[in-house]
Design a protein around this ligand. Sequence first.
Ligand SMILES: [Zn+2]
Ligand SMILES: [Zn+2]
Length: 192
Amino acid sequence: MQPLVLDIPGTPKNPFTLTIPVDGALLDLSDAEVRFPTPGTARVDVEPVNEGFLLTGLLEIRVQLDCSRCLAPVMRDVSEGFRIVLSRDPAGGDTDDDWVFLAKDERLFDLAPIVRDLILVALPAKPLCSDSCMGLCPECGSDRNRVQCRCTSIPVDPRWAALQSLRAHEDPPEREEAIHGTTEEKDIEEPA
Ligand SMILES: [Zn+2]
Ligand SMILES: [Zn+2]
């Protein structure tokens, strides 16, 4: 059997629960630059309802992303619930939930597209190893969380560039020495 395919017996009378492992490598998410260090799980309560089955699920999986500033690995635990009706009625029945048609003699339902969407929605647009991550130096590429390079250019928002050129004759403000090499709590002032 393929991973993430639920086997729904033809006409179950009572609710039941399926717990299935989620192997992220099989989700075809490599374009999203997300990796899966460990398998996750999808726990799905299956409840017979008039039009078919109500699936109430919880997806839990750990994902690994790259910090958008310094490229260090960033771990996130995704925990997302979902509700979906598997309808035996091609018109969907009278449900307000999202529904998927499942023909009368069909009992296999592939959960992979739903799991994939849940993960994509949960991913941060700009993952950060730390809110105060100082990123990589655009000139020498060194990790400014770990080393203070000698490069002079400080990337500035273009809207501030004019202001900075006004200040150019002044000495640059002293940079805090508190630059640590870890992702622990940091108390670094934002660059001026
Ligand atoms: Zn970072
Ligand atoms: Zn540099």
